[in-house]
Ligand binder design. Structure first.
Ligand SMILES: Nc1ncnc2c1ncn2[C@@H]1O[C@H](COP(=O)(O)OP(=O)(O)O)[C@@H](O)[C@H]1O
Ligand SMILES: [Mg+2]
Length: 247
């Protein structure tokens, strides 16, 4: 049986108005389909449009044209309020700079996404505690983010992303602020979430080494998908795929 699509982008274009007048087109006819249970890396050099694409997938921004279906529902034309509801229900976010609240302890940080769901404080506490145990930080619940290492902060961010029981995790350069050892641990953790819990994961990266943790690479160059398939043996074929769009 065909697995259902989690994310289906069809000819997505994105343009930004420039202050000096005119527009800059950042995404061109981006089309791909990500199925439930996949672990995908969206890879490309800096400035290629990865974060713009992630913002659309994450319902943080909308496309200029094209359609976007999340779990079979066209969300390209929803209002900002409806998008916020969808985000909260379906998606867990992990960012390069962790985005933790510096003055709240890590238990509070992990409980935060549950605030908007009408869940009792006791249940929120319980869920946050479980998620912090899952990432191995149950002993640090009362610590502030500033007291932790980068790798631990990112584990808190992952616990927060998981607390809402998301179907999809979106991680934008999740190891970009970590040394290679901590970075590898985080990537192995994503891999485990994908294989053990079946969570669909999309990571954004500019590094082939990192993309290799995924099962599929979507390579973006200057706003175009130039490769979409299994992890190639080396980076050469990805770089070669850029040729067609080199100016
Ligand atoms: N809000 C915005 N307004 C104008 N230009 C933007 C905006 N966001 C991104 N861009 C431009 O879009 C291009 C791609 O950016 P981005 O998606 O952040 O790339 P990446 O994440 O691959 O480094 C860049 O040229 C960037 O300057
Ligand atoms: Mg980016």
């Amino acid at each position: 049986m065909n697995k259902p699509s989690v994310v289906f982008l069809n000819k997505i274009c994105k343009q930004f108005p420039l202050e000096i007048g005119g527009i800059q087109q950042v995404l061109f006819d981006i089309t791909f389909d990500i199925k439930s249970g996949e672990f995908v890396a969206i890879m490309g050099p800096s400035g290629s449009g990865k974060s713009t694409c992630m913002n659309i997938i994450g319902a943080l921004d909308t496309a200029s044209s094209g359609t976007y279906e999340l779990y079979g529902k066209d969300i390209s034309t929803l209002s900002p309020d409806d998008l916020a509801t969808i985000r909260n229900e379906y998606i867990g976010f992990v960012f390069q700079n962790f985005n933790l609240l510096p003055k709240r302890n890590i238990l509070d940080n992990v409980m935060l996404p549950l605030m908007y769901r009408g869940i009792s404080i006791n249940d929120r506490n319980k869920r946050a505690h479980e998620m912090l145990s899952l990432v191995g930080l149950e002993k640090f619940e009362s610590y502030l983010p500033t007291q932790l290492s980068g790798g631990m902060k990112q584990r808190v961010a992952i616990a927060r992303a998981l607390s809402g029981n998301p179907k999809l995790i979106l991680a934008d350069e999740p190891t970009g602020s970590l040394d290679s050892k901590m970075g590898n641990e985080i990537l192995k953790f994503f891999k485990k979430l994908n294989t053990d819990m079946g969570i669909t994961i999309i990571i954004i990266t500019h590094e082939f080494e990192i993309a290799q943790y995924a099962n599929r690479i979507i390579h973006i160059y200057d706003g175009h998908v130039t490769y979409d398939g299994p992890i190639p043996k080396n980076e050469q074929s990805l770089l070669k795929s850029e040729q067609r769009y080199k100016k």
